[in-house]
Design a protein around this ligand. Structure first.
Ligand code: MOS
Length: 732
């Protein structure tokens, strides 16, 4: 297929709406007769609720106060199970600071806020478990509720160690981190009889629908979930959360629509987080740099009532050609909520450890870090033994090195200077699996010339509206302006959750399939129509451009979508198609790859680290839109810079309370922290993944950044920092 629109750097189709403020995000949706809900939470991290006294809170404007005692499912929202949350028994226990205990509903937001502050909760307090060191540690048999094993091995670790000339063992640690999307989580819940409509900040309209149905015990056809625009999710808006349940329950009880917006500080205890990790990593290698063994044991935190593992070894199993391997997980229960997915869960902290260790090994062996990686390049997936559907990691290294000027690097630490700055150059690899799920799409072509394409997918800020418009327009032979792509409504045909970087690979084949089917149906109508200039022509001789259908050999013989519909007396033509991942693609290992290069300047006296430039080269199959793809990468690398240098959630060791639950104390990068980021793609034509040849992209570019920066800091200073974030104090 010739690509006229797909691949072009089309501006975001929703860009104007967003910059003019016309795009209505969840909390912007205008609903009549609305009341405001404010959640009140536990102020201790462990103990029991003895009494909730709402007498002082029953102030003017307050419509209702609903406590967990009336809504028992609120105390423990099981994080995730194949069936999604189940209602639980009433439970007076406090498991963590910030646990939702109820909701105040009032006529105005201010009245609700004031009343919530007047709810008096009497506790029986107990000393919380706050740190990994204090916690009971156990090894889960399986992770993600049975989907993945808790321990993965291949070969023989002991023999791998015995065959190593060099054996390196280190501990790498990463702190608890929070998502901090620009848009906090919010819900507007509205009942009409037994039917519930949720305007919701979610990465998964279907997962929210399933979850709320399970908790409230209502059938899915009674619930509609709408999420038209999302100000970032990054994993914290993937699954049903308690504020949504509270809003739904409150709206049913007060018989009015209820709006709940989670406050910025509540975001730190209501929507999950990335767990702190402690990673024991062993690399064994021969003197010529061939890995003989890798062991990666990751300990992460979880809540008192759920087992969520940060799967730090996810990339370790497939990254390098090493015959002997062990990956194992351990969990530490503390008084905190359940962690959740956060952008590249597993790979982001895990590749910090692995790619730092590879740099350390390169220094030990006196090898260039790229050369060490090439010597251990996995030509096939070393764990499954499967062929890669496509892999261009070597080209990523090569192009990245070239653009960055890597050959001019003097590898000796502290050898490069600029005035009083120590200059360091570091690199690391990136990888992320490329999965997909089934998706359905409806295409309607109207006699007015308008075209509507619908799928129950989400645009979490990534550009789904834009790239799906491109795919549909191209398959229909229309300019992109003629196509209206709609998403974010559970009444649309079903599509998967926007998580695990699967949206493009799942939805674009379905859009292509449905739009192509609609085009063919139109052509067949023309062929069968004696009033059409194309009557009795052959399908394969006909093409479509700008909505005009014509004979390839004789373009004067033409018809159009609108004329065909009008002649048939039809207002529209409608086609719905579902696409599922190609079963043959299971014979291949599907991953995206990349390489990141950074230059740091470290102020020798102050220990201050400045990122001077970044070059990232990525191979993620076909790039449907260079502009939105590049934006994804810049966002990911920026996250990586934050992870490397700034982000850290701090819990008070006595109280078990997050002390920096706000954007002035929890540091994330601002524009001045981010240098020029040069982004390149090694475009691949992967015939195995899906019709369009697309692979995962969204989460890939955070992976490896922290390691590349840590490696650059070592090169600059001679100090190896194995504990994130790399702050000045650690360099002095
Ligand atoms: Mo992503 S962490 O799967 O939303």
């Amino acid at each position: 297929m010739q690509h006229r629109i797909v691949g072009k750097p089309l501006d975001r189709v929703d860009g104007r709406l967003k910059v003019t403020g016309e795009a209505a995000y969840t909390a912007d949706v205008q609903i009549d007769n609305l009341v405001y809900g404010v959640i009140f939470t536990s102020a201790i991290a462990k103990g029991k609720v003895l009494q909730i006294d709402t007498s002082a809170a029953a102030a003017p404007g307050v419509v209702d106060i609903i406590t967990y005692e009336q809504t028992p499912s609120l105390v423990k929202i099981p994080f995730f199970s194949p069936q999604q949350p189940q209602p639980t028994e009433k439970d007076d226990n406090i498991y963590y600071d910030g646990q939702h205990l109820g909701i105040v509903v009032a006529q105005t937001l201010e009245q609700a806020q004031t009343a919530a502050s007047l709810v008096k909760i009497i506790y029986e307090e107990a000393p919380p478990t706050v740190t990994m060191a204090q916690a009971e540690i156990f090894e889960p048999e399986s992770i993600f509720f049975g989907i993945m094993p808790g321990k993965i091995t291949r070969g023989d670790v002991e023999s791998g160690k015995a065959h190593a000339d060099i054996l390196m063992e280190q501990v790498y640690t990463t702190p608890m981190e929070h998502h901090n999307p620009l848009e906090p989580s919010a819900t507007i819940a509205m009942w009409e009889g037994d039917n519930l409509t949720l305007y919701e900040t979610t990465q998964g309209i279907s997962s929210t629908q399933r979850g709320i149905c399970a908790v409230l015990n209502i059938p899915p056809e009674n619930v509609r979930v709408i999420s038209k625009y999302l100000g970032g999710g990054f994993g914290c808006k993937a699954l049903l959360k308690s504020h949504t349940i509270l809003a739904a329950i409150a709206a049913r009880k007060v018989k009015r629509p209820v709006k709940v917006v989670v406050t910025r500080s509540q975001m730190y205890t209501s929507c999950g987080y990335r767990s702190q990790t402690q990673q024991h990593l062993t690399l064994g290698a021969t003197r010529d740099g061939k890995l003989t063994v890798i062991t990666h044991i990751g300990t992460s935190l979880t809540s008192p009532f759920d087992d969520f593992v940060e799967p730090v070894g996810a990339a370790t199993t497939m990254m390098y050609a090493c015959p002997n391997l062990e990956v194992k997980y351990r969990l530490a229960r503390i008084n905190a909520g359940t962690p959740t997915f956060m952008r590249a869960p597993g790979e982001a902290p895990g590749m910090f450890a692995l790619e730092s260790a590879m740099d350390e090994l390169a220094y030990t062996l006196n090898l260039d870090p790229i050369e060490l990686r090439l010597r251990n390049h996995a030509d096939i997936d070393p764990h499954t033994g499967l062929t890669w559907s496509s892999k261009s990691l070597k080209q990523c290294y090569q192009q990245g090195a070239e653009i960055f000027g890597w050959s001019k690097r003097n590898p000796v630490p502290r050898s490069m200077r600029d005035d009083h700055f120590l200059i360091g150059w570091g690199m690391a690899s990136a990888t992320f699996p490329s999965h997909a799920g089934p998706a359905s799409v409806k295409v309607e072509i109207f006699a007015t010339g308008e075209v509507r394409v619908q799928s129950g997918t989400q645009d979490i800020g990534t550009g789904t509206y834009t790239v799906m418009t491109q795919v549909a327009a191209e398959a229909l032979g229309l300019p992109s302006q003629s196509v209206q792509f709609e998403l974010g409504d559970s009444n649309h045909p079903k599509a998967p959750i926007a998580g695990n970087s699967i949206t493009v690979a799942s939805v674009s084949p379905a859009v292509h399939k449905a739009a192509s089917a609609a085009r063919v149906k139109m052509i067949q109508m023309a062929i069968a129509d004696s009033n059409s200039p194309l009557y009795e022509s052959q399908l394969e001789n006909i093409t479509v451009e700008l909505g005009q259908i014509f004979l390839k050999q004789d373009p004067t013989k033409r018809d159009s979508y609108t004329d065909i519909l009008r002649r048939h007396g039809l207002e529209s033509l409608e086609v719905t198609e579902e696409s599922s991942p190609n079963p043959d693609s299971k014979q291949y290992s599907k991953h995206s790859f990349g390489a990141i290069f950074v230059e740091v300047a470290v102020d020798e006296l102050l220990g201050e680290i400045k990122i001077r430039r970044c070059v990232g080269v990525y191979s993620a199959g076909r790039i449907l839109n260079f502009k939105t793809a590049r934006s994804q990468v810049i966002g990911g690398i920026t996250w990586g810079i934050g992870m490397a240098l700034m982000e850290k959630t701090v819990m008070d060791a006595n109280q078990g309370r997050i002390v920096n639950a706000n954007l002035s104390d929890y540091l994330i990068p601002v524009h001045a922290d981010i240098p020029n980021i040069e982004v390149q793609f090694v475009e691949e034509h992967d015939p195995y993944v899906n019709t369009l040849g697309t692979k995962s992209l969204g989460e890939l570019p955070i992976v490896g950044v922290a390691a590349a920066i840590s490696n650059a800091v070592y090169h600059a200073t001679g100090k190896r920092i194995r504990d994130l974030p790399i702050t000045s104090d650690k360099l002095l």
